[in-house]
Design a protein around this ligand. Structure first.
Ligand code: AMP
Length: 215
């Protein structure tokens, strides 16, 4: 089964993708994670996209479609792919449809995670991540343990905040979402692929709703 998690920054796509990876043996393909890895390893592409990402703008379709193509070619299909943060434009959605068709795969479901803007700002500015395993924490609802040991991997890791998780770049990221990504809701609705869930519900409830949608 191949699915897309669609929603604005902070909707909880990464958290739900991790749950699906654990429970269903699916493979998470997050273009944001791929781009951050390229920056960390200092590749030419990583250097090219750094400023764009820090400002909260979208990197070019060509770059992200190339990243997804490589992953689809190199990764064994296992329980299916979860596209997290991709596609983000109509051109990316068309390219994904073609890539999947070329490889003999189908797109089975697009889950739209609905969250209101005030909640997104509150979530994102309070967010930190375990540098070892990627577990996501929130200062208000799921603080980093006093022991500073990650509850998921057990390591005394660093808990980092993303460079683009600040008010200024968040404004640009939200604008990019509404201008360039939200048209995908109509696009997938018209194709009959869309299911919407309340992303403001608890993590467990959202996971149960997604499970219900996937069957
Ligand atoms: P994310 O981790 O999904 O929030 O992505 C972080 C940043 O990476 C975004 O704000 C964009 O600058 C860039 N990015 C990630 N995925 C895409 C995509 N599919 N298209 C364009 N830019 C992307």
């Amino acid at each position: 089964m191949n699915i897309i998690l669609l929603g604005p920054p902070g909707a909880g796509k990464g958290t739900q993708a991790r749950i699906l990876v654990d429970k269903r043996d699916m493979v998470q393909l997050s273009t944001g994670d791929m781009l951050r890895a390229a920056r960390t390893s200092g590749t030419v592409m990583g250097k090219t996209v750094a400023g764009v990402m820090d400002r909260g703008e979208l990197v070019t379709d060509e770059i992200v479609i190339g990243l997804i193509r490589e992953q689809l070619e190199d990764t064994s299909h296992a329980g299916g792919f979860i596209f997290d943060g991709f596609p983000r434009t109509l051109a990316q959605a068309d390219a994904l449809g073609k890539l999947l068709a070329e490889m003999g795969h189908t797109l089975d479901c697009v889950i739209e995670m609905q969250v209101d803007d005030d909640a997104l700002v509150a979530r994102i500015t309070a967010r930190s991540t375990c540098a070892n395993c990627g577990e996501v924490y929130n200062d208000n609802t799921k603080p980093v343990p006093a022991t500073a040991k990650c509850t998921s991997c057990g390591e005394a890791a660093e808990f980092t905040r993303r460079a683009d998780d600040n008010q200024e770049s968040l404004k640009t990221r939200l604008l990019a979402y509404y201008k360039q990504t939200s048209p995908l809701i109509g696009y997938y609705y018209a194709k009959g692929d869309l299911t919407s869930v309340d992303g403001l519900a608890s993590m467990e409830t959202v996971a149960a709703d997604i499970k219900g949608a996937l069957g």
